[in-house]
Design a protein. Structure first.
Length: 386
């Protein structure tokens, strides 16, 4: 996970006389980068989770500082370092009070310290942290997709506290947005920094990495119920234009089970997206467990074709909606009234459609037939979502 502000600033009080004067409760926030800002008008250009430095060289007095701090916090900055000297001689009390009340870390550094030295040090620490994070993500990818090549993940896993004797749970997340964005990965990165603060509350390490369009979260010693609570906490971070779907695996012990847990999480996520259910556990998938266990999807496609193929072909040639009608009929447990209400048809229309469906499929829709058709619809859902 991204380096926290508290870790970034370790030992800097001795090295650079960097002193925290307010906002201690915000030290667990993750830091993306450091940024020098002297003009309050450009606070909107930061991306979020930056630690900002300022000398006040373009300002007069200190009356501007409170508005500056408020704007930084509103635009997602993680804290402010004020270089005390000829331009800012002291921090106004109202600024200290605001930072303390809003858990916004406020630091001071004396003029004789060179900011270039501090920012260089901080940037080096951030890059080193990202390199470690990248190596752990690569280790988990190697473990999931090439588990037989132990030299591709063993060292990095052990170095980061992911032990073979531990239990693991995986959550796969997929983001849907109505916003116009350049790349989904940019949006994931933005949320990953916010998630870092939540994950750091756990005593055990976690790994987050993007795999295709999904974000994969691996945790040690965490139950599916805990992962579900974590999903709820992450959901609170979302913009109103974004929605989040999740699939949660079971719990297994050892590295050897991680590839299986990954498949479980992605399978649960696939069903969640298809059914428009925000979060699903693999343990609750029912028949879908069996379907996802069939690696040769051509077998599943053949089953759909052998059960519903003739009805699908009839719809295609005659521009009818018999497949949809049958699905609603089965979902409604054979209630013509419910189907009529759902599709806004008259009961007689539904009865006529069902008569045609029985003739086309040459079935009396006995219980065994219904089960076969429901299974075919489940397969169709799964194949469409994969």
């Amino acid at each position: 996970m991204p380096i926290s502000l508290s870790r970034l600033c370790e030992n800097t009080e001795k090295s650079y006389q960097l002193r925290l004067i307010a906002g201690r409760d915000g030290l667990d926030n993750p830091v993306r980068w450091v940024h020098m800002i002297e003009d309050p008008e450009v606070t909107g250009f930061i991306h979020g989770n930056e630690l900002v430095f300022t000398t006040g060289i373009r300002q007069r007095g200190v009356d501007w500082l409170l508005d500056f701090v408020v704007n930084l916090r509103e635009h997602g900055a993680v804290g402010l370092v004020v270089n005390l000297g000829p331009y800012i001689t002291s921090i106004p009390p109202q600024v200290i009070v605001y930072c303390e009340q809003n858990a916004f870390p406020l630091f001071t550094i004396p003029w004789e310290e060179h900011i270039i030295d501090v920012t260089y040090d901080f940037c080096h620490r951030i890059v080193s942290s990202e390199e470690i994070e990248t190596s752990v993500a690569a280790a988990f990818r190697n473990l999931i997709f090439s588990p037989e090549k132990e030299d591709g993940y063993r060292t990095a896993m052990l170095r980061s506290g992911f032990h073979n004797e531990s239990s693991y749970t995986i959550m796969a997340l997929r983001l849907k947005t109505t916003r116009k964005i350049r790349k989904l990965s940019d949006l994931w990165k933005q949320y990953s920094f916010s998630m870092g603060r939540i994950l750091k509350k756990s005593a055990y390490p976690a790994c987050v990495f993007q795999q295709e369009n999904n974000l994969i979260l691996v945790r040690q010693k965490s139950s599916p119920a805990e992962m579900k609570r974590l999903y709820t906490a992450i959901q609170r971070l979302l913009d109103k234009q974004d929605s989040l779907f999740a699939g949660i695996s079971t719990v297994e012990e050892g590295w050897g089970k991680v590839p299986e847990l990954y498949s479980e999480a992605v399978s649960a996520l696939t069903v969640a997206c298809q059914r428009r259910v925000p979060c699903m556990e693999y343990a609750d998938l029912g028949i879908y467990k069996v379907l996802f266990g069939v690696r040769d999807t051509s077998i599943l496609s053949d089953y759909v074709k052998s059960t519903l193929g003739v009805l699908m072909e009839y719809d295609r040639k005659n521009n009818t909606d018999y497949v949809q009608t049958l699905r609603f009929y089965l979902d409604s447990n054979g209630s013509v009234q419910q189907v009529a209400q759902k599709l806004n048809f008259h009961r007689n229309t539904v009865n006529y459609k069902m008569k045609m469906i029985r003739e086309i499929l040459q079935t009396e829709l006995r219980d065994t037939d219904k089960m076969n058709y429901m299974l075919a619809f489940c397969i169709m859902e799964m194949l469409d979502a994969v």
